[in-house]
Design a protein around this ligand. Structure first.
Ligand code: ADP
Length: 547
């Protein structure tokens, strides 16, 4: 027997339409590319999104067309998210930190018709122009007064908006219509496109809003102020542009100022309660907090994901009463998979035991199924001991890749689950531990060593500011672990001191054989330590026994 309920297709524009009425006074605070700070409520934003939709239609953008963005976190980028998907086109966000080669590949692969670009990134486009589609139109995301000089033929964003009506008759679409496109960073081979739908995006926003929303702090006026350091140019800023209007939270958009000092002062003036980003950005913020002698006035929560949050970082935040929510996910999952909101029994534990939990990658969100399997694909128990490759299933997980048959064929297993490439264990209470990316695990004498574990232990030494553990070739053991580290101060701990410090957590054979001190670690386009580049940099390195 069928239920007798209406079926309303899930649509992204309905989120903003709702917020414009029900959360009208909440909205966006933007640090514009030229430095000024602007404020715009969701009601004003919705009206501008209507104008933008008319402008896009006037440019001939049709349902299914790809419209690209190359931009910071700001209000115009947010408007594009809604206007492009609202008219049935696809918002293709491009990561400006990608290599020229990758950018050329994805703009051509996506067959973008228009690209909206912040003035900062115009030189990137100018340099690539001859490799981009001939008919690609360029719109600079600025008003008339802030249009940069450029040899390129460009349109002005506010110029396109001038005189457009604020009311748009949004088309009703199948909820499975494509809405946005984000390419993986392509650390191996060409980037692959995750093509999100209206349905997957709205369900993901519900998931983020219902699970992470209630845990968000409010300021003394009862406002929820969230600062997404995570870029709108990569995996939709972890879904915040869609979740925040639903829960009536303000988004504080940092624009180009992503260094510790800029973030600290923006957080302080805008009373940011919660900030979201990858571990590397928090290193900058923690440095600034130390310099200032205090945290930003209202900061009470950080969501850390994208790579493992080092325990030492989690402890630093928690000691200053900033709750750490350690989450895990990936581009192919829209991206949130797990969250670090703790059950009450964990919150009551003594500090060290609580940190034992916070260090884990949290529990799955409702709507995301997890399984771990051995090499033959057999499911492993969720007992906290068995380790296997992590597979996921859910309404916000990709079923394949955009225009890429070869990668799509390999994406899912026989049961229809997506292989994450991560190696993990899951305990009885559903807590996930990411041991490593499969390709980063260190194999020594037939046994595996988790690079994340080694890094955590090394970074708990006060002399180590940041570090990466990698395996280097060894004739007898196959691979041996070494550390590549950034020192916290003048005094660099010796290898023996580090090994002693780490010894409690490891068998002796698991401890690193060498430490190489560097000024900084190479980062990927998404701000994570790039082990691929590190391995390239160390191509001539020889294990101490062989040197
Ligand atoms: P990329 O950085 O390559 O663009 P993603 O952002 O999709 O790709 O990265 C997803 C991967 O990042 C995951 O598969 C996992 O390996 C890693 N990751 C994400 N969050 C965490 C976390 N909290 N702890 C450990 N690893 C994480």
């Amino acid at each position: 027997m069928q239920g007798m309920m209406m079926h309303r297709p899930l649509s992204i524009i309905s989120i903003l339409e709702f917020a414009a009425e029900a959360n009208a006074r909440a909205g966006l605070v933007t640090v514009e590319t030229h430095g000024e700070v602007t404020r715009q409520s969701y009601r004003e934003t919705y009206a501008r999104v209507g104008q933008l939709a008319h402008a896009l239609s006037a440019m001939g953008i049709k349902p299914g067309d790809r419209v690209a963005t190359l931009a910071w976190n700001n209000r115009r980028h947010f408007e594009l998210y809604y206007a492009i998907s609202g008219i049935g086109a696809v918002c293709h966000t491009i990561n400006p930190r990608l290599s020229a080669e990758q950018m050329i590949y994805i703009v051509n692969h996506a067959a973008d018709r228009v690209i909206f670009v912040d003035a900062t990134f115009l030189p990137i486009l100018a340099a690539l122009k001859e490799h981009l589609p001939d008919d690609l139109r360029i719109v600079v995301m600025a008003d008339h007064d802030h249009m940069p000089d450029t040899p390129l033929e460009v349109f002005c964003y506010e110029g396109l908006m001038d005189g457009q009506k604020t009311v748009y008759d949004w088309p009703e679409m199948d909820e499975n219509t494509a809405a946005s496109l984000c390419y993986t960073s392509g650390t191996t081979g060409n980037p692959k496109g995750a093509l999100y739908s209206h349905r997957s995006t709205v369900l993901h926003a519900f998931m983020v809003g219902t699970i992470l929303g209630p845990a968000l702090p409010r300021d003394e006026m009862g406002k929820t102020n969230i600062l997404p350091v995570v870029p709108l140019f990569h995996v939709n800023a972890w879904g915040l542009p869609y979740a925040a209007p639903i829960i009536g939270a303000n988004l504080i958009m940092p624009g180009p100022g992503l260094d510790g000092e800029s973030l600290w002062s923006l957080m302080d003036t805008e009373k940011v309660g919660s900030a979201w980003g990858v571990p590397t950005v928090w290193m900058g913020l923690l440095g600034e907090i130390e310099k200032q002698g205090r945290k930003p006035v209202a900061l009470a929560d950080v969501v850390i994901g994208g790579s493992a949050a080092p325990r030492s970082m989690i402890e630093k935040f928690e000691k200053m009463d900033v709750n750490v929510n350690h989450a895990w996910g990936m581009t192919e999952m829209s991206p949130i998979g797990t969250h670090g909101v703790m059950p009450p029994e964990v919150n009551q534990l003594p500090f060290e035991e609580r940190m034992d939990y916070k260090q884990l990658q949290g529990r799955r969100c409702f709507g995301v199924d997890l399984k771990i399997v051995d090499e033959d694909g057999n499911r492993q128990p969720h007992d906290g001991k068995a380790i296997g490759e992590l597979y996921v299933r859910g309404n916000s997980v990709v079923s394949g890749y955009f225009n890429n048959e070869e990668a799509s064929e390999k994406a899912l297993d026989a049961e229809g689950w997506f292989g994450t490439g991560d190696v993990a264990s899951i305990n009885e209470d559903g807590f996930l531990t990411i041991q490593d990316r499969a390709k980063d695990l260190i194999k020594s004498g037939g046994e595996w060593i988790s690079s994340i574990d080694l890094e955590n232990a090394a970074m708990s030494h006060a002399g180590v500011a940041n570090c990466a553990a990698i395996g280097v070739a060894h004739p007898k053991w196959d691979e041996r672990p070494i550390l590549v580290a950034v020192a916290a101060g003048e005094d660099k701990p010796s290898l023996d001191v580090l090994r002693d410090h780490m010894a409690a957590h490891f068998a002796k054979w698991q401890l690193p054989d060498d430490v190489i001190w560097v000024e900084e670690l190479p980062l990927t386009a998404t701000g994570k330590v790039s082990k691929l580049n590190l391995r390239k940099q160390l191509a001539d390195y020889k294990h101490p026994e062989l040197a």
